[in-house]
Design a protein around this ligand. Structure first.
Ligand code: GAF
Length: 391
């Protein structure tokens, strides 16, 4: 078991029993690239997790060990302001330490072994799980008393400043607030949220990993964000109350289309329509109309591909394969884009047939192996317990 492996590794390296914390990755059913536009998302935490074993070591050094990379790294905590550096994997952790410090919390020396089974670069938010897991663990160890929402914000800030991605709040929020058997509709402006039960007896969410992550992903993400901000700045000249694309209607966008550069117009149109889709999808979910829900997912993918331009040929092929399967209700690319996974909604009885069909078709069309993951919706970050020595 992963938790035993991680805690054994900690005991072996440091010789005392750790606190053990788990932090899940996430899926997002619908609402992509809406979070940093003050809009709506519908994610869930999944049973792909990063495990943390941590303990205070009485020194002024953070001793970090990545179980997956089998690499160690040390951070001296008393040498002024922490800054990003190498190796890259340590930045997600150092970024979190820096955020505690910025909030006036002195971080004492600690030991940390972490590792998990959230595939990297697959759009399942392995980085958010790493940030949130350490933030939660330090909050416990230091008895800092920060709320889950504050930990989510702190982790998001760590991603901005130490990974250089100006992400929204969705991934960190979900890792910390997931609820077993439920998806969560989050209003990314007010941070109000509502859980919806997901009928996992009847329906499954299957992830198809395209196996690609295009190099431009991070810079293109930041560019999309800037294009949206540019759109808001122009629209605000006509509607001064506009804070974000969340406030813009399609009619307003059409009325001032000529004032917007064509690319900016298309980015804005996608976001405005995607927010509407999330609201409609939640109504379908509440009504148990999974066919209508799935159609919103297909429409979301079309917008991401044609207007927002964050898909890629591999993801488009995977969605086409899903669309051609008689049982799939909905499919779309998921996360930032330019690679990673598609998310597919289908009746439980059709999962085995779909996985086989998709694997064969992907191999035939792109000559690539397809990895698929069946997901279970789980709760957010939690303590698994202190591990007793010799246990
Ligand atoms: C990435 C980001 F981290 C999220 O904040 C979100 O913007 C997502 O891409 C796209 O919806 O996962």
């Amino acid at each position: 078991m992963l938790s035993t492996t991680i805690s054994d590794s900690f005991l072996g390296r440091y010789g005392y029993p750790p606190l053990l914390v788990r932090a899940p990755g996430r899926v997002n059913l619908i609402g992509e690239h809406t979070d940093y536009n003050g809009g709506f998302v519908l994610p869930a935490a999944i049973d792909r997790e990063i495990l943390f074993a941590v303990g205070l070591n009485g020194s002024t050094t953070a001793r970090l060990f990545s179980h997956d990379k089998q690499e160690a790294h040390e951070v001296e905590l008393t040498k002024g302001v922490l800054a990003p550096g190498k190796p890259m994997w340590a930045n997600y952790l150092t970024g979190v330490m820096a955020q505690f410090q910025q909030r006036g919390v002195a971080v004492p020396g600690f030991d940390c072994v972490f590792g998990g089974n959230v595939p990297m670069g697959a759009g399942l938010s392995s980085s958010a799980a790493v940030e949130c897991g350490l933030a939660f663990a330090l909050n416990q160890l230091l008895d800092t008393g920060l709320s889950r929402l504050e930990l989510a914000r702190l982790s998001q800030q760590a991603e901005h400043e130490f990974a250089g991605v100006r992400c929204g709040i969705m991934d960190q929020f979900t890792s910390l607030h997931g609820r077993a058997g439920h998806v969560v509709q989050l209003d990314c402006r007010s941070l109000e949220y509502q859980y919806f039960p997901f009928n996992s007896q009847a329906y499954h969410l299957v992830l198809c990993n395209s196996g690609v992550k295009h190099a431009l992903a991070d810079s293109a993400y930041n560019t999309r964000r800037q294009e949206c901000e540019q759109g808001v700045a122009i629209i605000r000249q006509y509607y001064p109350a506009t804070q974000s694309l969340r406030d813009v209607t399609l009619a307003q966008l059409e009325a001032y289309r000529a004032a917007l550069p064509p690319v900016v117009y298309r980015r804005c149109r996608y976001v405005v329509e995607e927010n509407q889709r999330v609201i409609a999808a939640c109504q379908h979910l509440a009504a148990g109309d999974m066919v209508a829900f799935g159609n919103q997912m297909f429409a979301s993918h079309a917008g991401l591909r044609d207007d927002y331009e964050v898909s890629c040929s591999e993801l488009d092929v995977l969605v086409q394969i899903a669309q051609a399967h008689p049982s799939v209700l909905g499919a779309r690319m998921m996360g930032g884009g330019f690679g990673g996974c598609t998310i597919n909604l289908l009746p439980a009885h059709a999962v085995a047939d779909f996985v086989l069909a998709a694997t064969v078709a992907y191999q035939q069309e792109l000559n690539r192996p397809l990895e698929t993951y069946q997901t279970t919706i789980v709760g957010g970050v939690s303590v698994l317990g202190p591990v007793l020595a010799n246990n």
